[in-house]
Design a binder for this molecule. Sequence first.
Ligand SMILES: [Zn+2]
Ligand SMILES: [Zn+2]
Length: 398
Amino acid sequence: MEVLFRSRRSTGSSVIWVVQEIMDDMHSRSLVMDEPGTLSVREFDVPEVGPNEVLIEVELCGVCGTDVHMNEGGMPLDFPVIPGHEFAGRIVETGEAVTTDFAGVAIEVGDAVTVCPGRACGECWYCNNVPARPTACLDRTVYGFTSIDREPTLRGGMSEYVLIEGNADFFRLPDDLDIDYGALVEPLAVASYALEQSFQSGLPFAREGYGPGQSVAVQGTGPIGLLTVATAHATGASEIIAIDMVEKRLELARKFGATRTVNIRDYDDDEALIEAVRAKGNDGIGPDVVVEAVGHPSAFEQGLRMPRNGGTLVEVGHFADAGTAEINPTWIVQNDISVESSYVYPPAQFRTSLSLLQGYRDDLPFLELFDYRVDLSEAESAFEAQATGDSYRATVHP
Ligand SMILES: [Zn+2]
Ligand SMILES: [Zn+2]
């Protein structure tokens, strides 16, 4: 359609008219969350693609724990919303001014792409003064979380079509990477960025921060935890301790590179659990780095006491508010624990994800995460499967 439009546009108005009519007839079936707990499939007109925009036809979209949380009323958003921020699709049409993706890779109709959902305004104090932290933008919009009443409507991945706006950051998938991997780029960006928070900035010196050969514990082996295990494996951790209460998940964690596992159910109380984790890191001293990817306040309380003295706890699990934790600040001081936050990622983290997926797809079973696939009409069951833990990462295939 795009080829027709572009190649004949200058040759006669009748052709433009015919093609324009086809464009106007395009509709998108999209999942809409009118309010938490209310999901339905609705049909929308596909808008005309502006010079800086790109239209994609979605192939698949993951149902994230955050989507479940949103559906359960845990996020104060401006509804209705088309959910979905972990998606990949193929380019249907590109605006005249768009010739490359975010990384400068040439694109054309039919290419597989994934979209970095967060979009900074580019104009506020943070965008001007702290550009490396686009998540701090004061007028940030996010695919999958922004009201359909704010143009453009098609701004969520659980939809046949998504319109990529002018300054949204999208990435072309390498030709040799199956399009399904595209839906893992976002969660892997979350996970790899979280582990990167434990890197010591400036000149590295012996055993400060994370580095090759070090000991990493990961609390929680849902998708973010598993992908953190994968990142630790890929970056040369010598010990990777996976912690969860579901044996099946710990088994998968071993396939993703965990060298030892701790099943929470084997321990009577926090004390015993913390001791078990410390016993498995650095010959009983405790791991150098702990990444909290559970999202429950008790996990944060436990995680704070797991690293060796001078070690690091990275908090990534509590993206959504799950309540408060009890902290004894003296523990942090006396044991010299660094506590790092990890809030989403800058768009360039998608390049890191793509490199990790390309480099490790033969070693690590990334696509085994997708164990519950449905089409748009059954999307509600995908939310359920994700909420109950029946699937690692349910996917909707519009
Ligand atoms: Zn997510
Ligand atoms: Zn801004």
